[in-house]
Design a protein around this ligand. Sequence first.
Ligand SMILES: Nc1ncnc2c1ncn2[C@@H]1O[C@H](COP(=O)(O)OP(=O)(O)O)[C@@H](O)[C@H]1O
Ligand SMILES: [Mg+2]
Length: 298
Amino acid sequence: MIGIAGTRADPVIVHFAAHCVLDGVPFAVLDLMDVSASGDWRLSMPPDSADFVSGTETVRLADVTGLYIRPIYLGRTAQHAASWQGLMAGLAAWMDEADLRVVNRLSANQLNSYKPAHYAWLTANGLFVPPSLLTADPQRVLRFVTDGRTVVKPICGTRATTREIRASDLDRLANSEGPVLVQRMIEGDDVRVHVVGDAVIACRFASSAVDYRSDRDAEREVFDIPANLADLLVTKTAEQGLVFAGWDFKLDRDGTYWCLECNPMPGYSFYDRVCNGAISEALIKTLTGRLFTPPKEI
Ligand SMILES: Nc1ncnc2c1ncn2[C@@H]1O[C@H](COP(=O)(O)OP(=O)(O)O)[C@@H](O)[C@H]1O
Ligand SMILES: [Mg+2]
């Protein structure tokens, strides 16, 4: 049985659970918000057959053979936050010891939440990242902007819309206190690549908007990326300790793939609709162990 751990308020969790229903795959829901607010848990080290997590329903963890987890905290009180942190610490340690497939272990690489460190890691691992500058010095930003079209984007992993920045925008920047992250704008299509274990599923988007996610009319299609890039992404996903990742690229007119980021907790439902559920199918195969083909007898 698959365990689905997250919150009912998360459309990605709802989307994945709906695919399990369609496929007739048994699953149990661990609503982490309910568990941390009013439930209970027992997580032993090493894992024990009596371990459980109880929220709306009680789930015996020994019955779970694969776990899909998206921990998104939506609570408001200090007491709830403390309980949530305790649950996360317990689950993270438990998952590291438990003998089951997890998408994704909480201890896996989360450098994505600080973009400059993430870019350094991507560059060191054979991916091309557009030239970038993080600074609070408006003069340095001005020099960068003067050299070519530029976007400004969030420094952390929090969702925000990337947009173009021009020299005329810099007055506002001079009056703000924090640093900004600017990056050379790459013109071309967007490619989002989902890696699930060894499976690679890519979609391509053509849009006139800088951030195609704000364009409902963006053209979209399932797309094949070059085999050597697909192999690299499979390897680099696994090296981060991840089973599932969403890689963002800009594909320029010369055919260069510019890597924007590797999402360790991809909100994939939007892309899954483009590729007709192929990402959910790959997740279900991984979590139910259906990918395993026994060695042929000689
Ligand atoms: N350097 C860039 N050139 C052109 N478009 C960009 C650039 N950086 C980001 N974008 C656009 O904005 C989107 C979001 O950027 P991304 O780096 O993936 O950050 P996040 O998804 O965390 O907001 C990209 O998918 C792309 O459409
Ligand atoms: Mg992105």
